[in-house]
Design a protein around this ligand. Structure first.
Ligand SMILES: [Zn+2]
Length: 296
């Protein structure tokens, strides 16, 4: 091998080494650039993700505000029950809230053979020898809750039921008895005139709410008279009856509509929803039925 050839070979080897070194260096640089780029991309994505999740949670807050819970019945009327009302709710709030909302009067009569099927002891019958008074189941349970509340709060402790369900036959007997008594006084020129007078304080059979089994007369005086209204018990009953589904059926300021004198002792069950709405709107039953378009 000549010196020249050796030299040539050496130059060639150096040249190859140089190329290889350059390739390795280039590879390393390319690798570093690639890694740096990748890290930068990842950070970018992380930032985007975190900012977009912040955005979506803030969007949820702004577009879907926490729904306000419906006010409870007690919050709505601003009064709390003293008794546990839960066991009575199915009665005072009937599934069909208008089931008991109807009129019984001279133009909306009950048949002579109408007897409610679910009459039950309403409790609280005055203990003076009279028969146990009955009402329809929902009304009877509601009355028990009503008077239990009166007792628990100490507002009504001695009010008793003097009359609740009355049959057609019994109402007929009562009306005839009142008529005969008044006719015997000789104060009336004609029977029509006498009957007109009796109608100011009693009702003909078939036109009395008492036949519906949904009302009762209750007080703490010897017999039903308007001075009962002055008693604190009467005031509490009138102010709280709607919370138990009752209305004071013949109010003092609605006599021109009901055509019945003021009866602070006569409570009629209609269900809590209707009773509360009537209380809030200051309506008597005739007005409410017309307002709701429920005429029976
Ligand atoms: Zn009555």
């Amino acid at each position: 091998m000549s010196k020249h050839t050796y030299k040539k070979k050496k130059v060639k080897i150096n040249y190859v080494r140089f190329i290889l070194s350059m390739l390795i260096i280039f590879g390393i640089i390319a690798g570093i650039v690639f890694l740096v780029q990748k890290c930068a991309d990842k950070k970018d994505n992380d930032d985007k993700n975190s900012s977009s999740s912040n955005l979506s949670s803030s969007q949820i807050v702004s577009s879907k505000p926490e729904p306000k819970p419906e006010p409870t019945y007690e919050e709505r009327v601003g009064k709390e029950y003293a008794i546990d009302i839960e066991p009575y709710l199915e009665y005072i709030e009937p599934e069909d809230k208008y089931e008991y909302v109807f009129l019984v009067n001279p133009t909306h009569t009950l048949a002579s053979d109408y007897v409610p099927e679910d009459l039950t002891d309403c409790g609280h019958t005055r203990k003076d020898g009279r028969a146990t008074q009955k009402m329809r189941l929902a009304a009877a349970k509601a009355l028990q809750a009503f008077l239990a509340e009166g007792k628990k709060t100490g507002k009504v402790t001695n009010v008793t039921v003097t009359s609740a369900y009355r049959s057609y036959a019994y109402q007929n007997q009562l009306f005839t008895q009142y008529f005969n008594r008044d006719w015997a006084t000789g104060k009336y020129a004609t029977k029509e005139e006498c009957e007109k007078h009796v109608l100011t304080y009693s009702t003909k059979p078939g036109t009395s709410e008492h036949q519906s089994g949904l009302c009762c007369d209750m007080h703490n005086i010897p017999s039903a008279e308007q001075y009962f209204a002055q008693k604190p018990e009467a005031k509490w009953l009138a102010e709280n009856c709607y919370r138990f589904g009752f209305i004071l059926r013949y109010p003092e300021d609605k006599q021109d509509i009901t055509k019945i004198i003021y009866e602070p002792w006569h409570f009629r069950f209609v269900g809590r929803d209707a009773a509360t709405e009537m209380h809030e709107k200051g309506m008597c039953l005739e007005e409410y039925i017309e307002y709701k378009g429920l005429d029976n």
